[in-house]
Design a protein. Sequence first.
Length: 162
Amino acid sequence: MEYKYSINSSRNNVWNTLIRLEEIYHKTSPAHHFFRVRGGGPLAEKSVIDCEETVDGQHVKHVFEMDRFEENSCIVYSSKKTITTMPNGNVFNSETICCFYINDVDVLDLNKTDLYFAVLLVFPNPVIRFVASLLGTYGTWKPHIVEESLNLARIIESGPSH
């Protein structure tokens, strides 16, 4: 699942907001419970993040570890063990990979930045992937990705006070 959008802000402002995701995470969606960087502070190269969210009754717990952290360019973090509890009580494990890529829209316009956000759900086997598709996992989470992306763009565009 992915979403790409242009933000009326400089690349540096986009970056500085993303590394402070812990401070604004709850503002990007009412489905977000928390996003905590262990040890506090902004996101950094070796960050470990505890995160929980619930969308359409699917409660998800992640423990993310930073995979790539390139200033003003990209942030990639993954959870090797994402635990999802379905509304019927069934629990399954998966892996979740989140990617943010930042690019200039036009080198002549430094106040316009493209932000690409992707979330990859990796299931441990084809049976669980099939069951997840039957239960509407992708249909549930794709609109959530769009919602949090649009709200993140509004937050960034509103400036440093958020």
